[in-house]
Ligand binder design. Structure first.
Ligand code: PLP
Length: 427
């Protein structure tokens, strides 16, 4: 490929991506979101070129006076909003946030108890991911099928038996809040700590639509700053345990980060400010849209999980699509109709079913941010039924989806702006 050809490809595919994913598709990936135009503007600054190793005001580099001030102010602002004694912003992702906390709490040969995969555990909580890389042994808590959650009574017994260094709750695929208080009490009684991984629900917590684990006994909360919290891709850790905060802040550099991608910090600050102003409305609308989508999908004839529990209390909906040919086929057909979802294991699937699991995981946070409400959830359920239940040509549905989506291109719950502004700033 010549340099001219590659340049052409970069320009055309970036433009295609922006048009397709910001204007023509219904995005239901539960871990994604869009920044506000103002946050995006704050993201593209000179900070993205710089280093600032070490802690604010104690860096190993010169030239850091402005990031030092911003990092401390942003950390204190978010700590105040969450009721934390401290917030560490240097984790460059949720996985790095987990690694930094897990490593301080345990090392090779130590044990950690985690919410089971059926209750939504992320790969970083398991022996296949970060926990395993750190040599920490994974012990699963038991799952209660009826409540679609951790089985509290059995979990307490296991914790008393195993005496883990720490427990991990929170996950990537869950509809209902995990039992933080009960597990915190049990793990504290054997001298361990509770880490709550809020990667997915951080924005809901910030907006008050999901219980704040720091108020229910968690010692640390790790998060991604780009899922329901609509900031730049990155991580953060909030603490109620001051000693743990100090230990993690002392070791995250140099153990897990050198450069912490400074331009995230002002964009995260803008997002936090916007969440202070609009977060409650956004979070409440997200959860009510998730429930509306679940109800409308069920009305269309889909098997939606959790009916007996009111379907969902998060931004997510889980659908059993075995009757529609399985998760892999359904997700691919929907993509052909410009509806972007991911296939997902459902509680009864063995891990080996990962390539063709029973279900789909849908998240409504991004479409909520683009201004959709109950009527649009109904329209989305109808589009999905046409493709997956009625067997209509996805190409035909795609044109209607693109037209439908073109009415929802302005980012709401934000200080200013629309997608045109975003595109202008990207180019
Ligand atoms: C997405 C996710 C992570 C990883 O976050 P990244 O920012 O992608 O590294 C960690 N934990 C949970 C529960 C997640 O869902």
């Amino acid at each position: 490929m010549t340099p001219e050809e590659l340049l052409d490809l970069v320009l055309s595919r970036t433009r295609d991506q922006n048009r397709w994913r910001l204007r023509e598709t219904i995005n239901l990936i539960a871990s994604e979101n869009v920044m506000s135009p103002l946050a995006l503007k704050a993201y593209t600054s000179d900070f993205m070129h710089r280093y600032a190793e070490g802690k604010p005001f104690k860096r190993y580099y010169q030239g850091t006076r402005y990031i030092d001030e911003l990092e401390v102010a942003t950390s204190e602002y978010i700590a105040g909003a969450l009721g934390a004694v401290g917030v560490e912003l240097r984790a460059t992702s949720g996985t790095i946030a987990n690694a930094a906390v897990f490593r301080v709490l345990g090392g090779p040969g130590d044990k950690a108890v985690i919410a089971p995969v059926q209750a939504g555990a992320h790969v970083s909580h398991t022996k296949f991911g970060t926990l395993g890389a750190l040599g920490i042994e994974q012990v699963d808590l038991p799952y209660d099928e009826e409540n679609m959650n951790v089985d509290v009574d059995k979990a307490v017994k296991i914790i008393e038996e195993v005496k883990p260094k720490f427990a991990v709750l929170g996950g990537s695929v869950y509809l209902f809040p995990h039992p933080v208080r009960e597990i915190a009490e049990a793990v504290h009684s054997v001298g361990g700590k509770l880490v709550y991984d809020a990667a997915h629900v951080f924005g809901l917590i910030y907006g008050g639509a999901w219980r704040n684990p720091l108020e229910h006994g968690a010692d640390a909360m790790t998060a991604s700053t780009h899922k329901t919290f609509p900031g730049p891709q990155g991580g953060l850790i909030a603490f109620t345990d001051k000693d743990l905060y100090k230990r993690v802040s002392k070791t995250i550099f140099p153990w897990f980060v050198s450069n912490h991608h400074l331009h995230r910090i002002p964009a995260t600050a803008i997002t936090a400010i916007e969440m202070t102003i609009y977060g409650k409305e956004y979070a409440e609308n997200t959860v009510s849209n998730a429930r509306a989508l679940a109800e409308e999908l069920a009305a269309q004839g889909f098997k939606v999980l959790g009916e007996h529990l009111g379907y969902t209390k998060s931004h997510q909906v889980l659908v059993d699509v075995r009757e529609q040919g399985g998760g892999a086929k359904a997700a691919k057909l929907l993509e052909e109709a410009n509806i972007i979802v991911n296939k997902n294991l459902l509680p009864w699937d063995p891990p080996s079913a990962v390539k063709d699991p029973s279900g789909l995981r849908l998240g409504v946070q991004e479409m909520t941010r683009f201004g959709m409400g109950r009527d649009e959830m109904k329209a989305i359920a109808e589009f999905m039924a046409r493709v997956l239940i009625k067997g209509e040509d996805p190409g035909k549905v795609r044109r209607e989806v693109a037209e439908f989506r073109s009415e929802f291109t302005k980012v709401h719950y934000a200080l200013e702006g629309d997608v045109e502004t975003i595109l202008d700033m990207v180019h």
